[in-house]
Design a protein around this ligand. Structure first.
Ligand SMILES: [Zn+2]
Length: 74
């Protein structure tokens, strides 16, 4: 999974964000697809997630705007 184009996480500043695809994370079928998250499962991220997009490129672009990223609070 290419993550070289991803900016560091806007919340924790770490460079562990990765692209994910999850059809279950968002019940709305119109918005399912790719998103970026700050990996807190296999890396030392904070769990912040970016907006969902239909393509990897859109998900990366959305993440890189930083302002629209939201922090997941489990
Ligand atoms: Zn983070």
């Amino acid at each position: 999974m290419a993550t070289k184009d991803l900016m560091p996480c806007p919340f924790c500043g770490k460079h562990v964000a990765s692209l994910q695809y999850d059809v279950d994370a968002y019940p709305d079928a119109e918005t399912l697809g790719w998103y970026v998250d700050c990996d807190n499962e296999t890396a030392d991220g904070c769990g912040a997630i970016g907006p969902t997009a239909r393509t990897q490129e859109e998900a990366i672009a959305a993440w890189n705007t930083r302002a629209t990223a939201t922090q997941f609070k489990g």
